[in-house]
Ligand binder design. Structure first.
Ligand SMILES: [Zn+2]
Length: 112
């Protein structure tokens, strides 16, 4: 992913609109690119600042902490997606073998 692609996705990222396929290269990019991370940090700050003004909370706003948490959440989401894919693969494999074994047993009943 180029810096231009990453920056185009910052708003979508902050609005949770990135699909898993888009999220992974984005997170990888901002993790390795200081300029894009700074851009994300600033945009996130503006965004969450606006969100905080809307709500009546007058607590200390831990914006950098919130961004770190958001990125951790995104990584966790990607990890969950990865685990889900593995699970589906495992279940598919088990179903395939179960069906195959059942067919073989059925054939044995028919043939012998
Ligand atoms: Zn970049």
């Amino acid at each position: 992913m180029t810096c231009l692609d990453a920056r185009k996705r910052i708003y979508d990222y902050l609005n949770n609109k990135l699909s898993e396929d888009e999220l992974k290269p984005f997170i990888d990019h901002v993790g390795n690119c200081k300029e894009c991370m700074e851009e994300l940090r600033i945009t996130h700050m503006v965004y969450s600042g606006v969100a905080e003004l809307d709500s009546d909370k007058d607590t200390d706003i831990d914006i950098d902490g919130a961004l770190k948490k958001s990125i951790t959440d995104a990584k966790f989401r990607l990890f969950r997606g990865f685990v889900r894919k593995i699970m589906i693969m495992v279940v598919d494999t088990i179903v395939f073998w179960a069906v195959l074994v059942m067919l073989i047993m059925q054939f044995r009943i028919w043939i012998f």
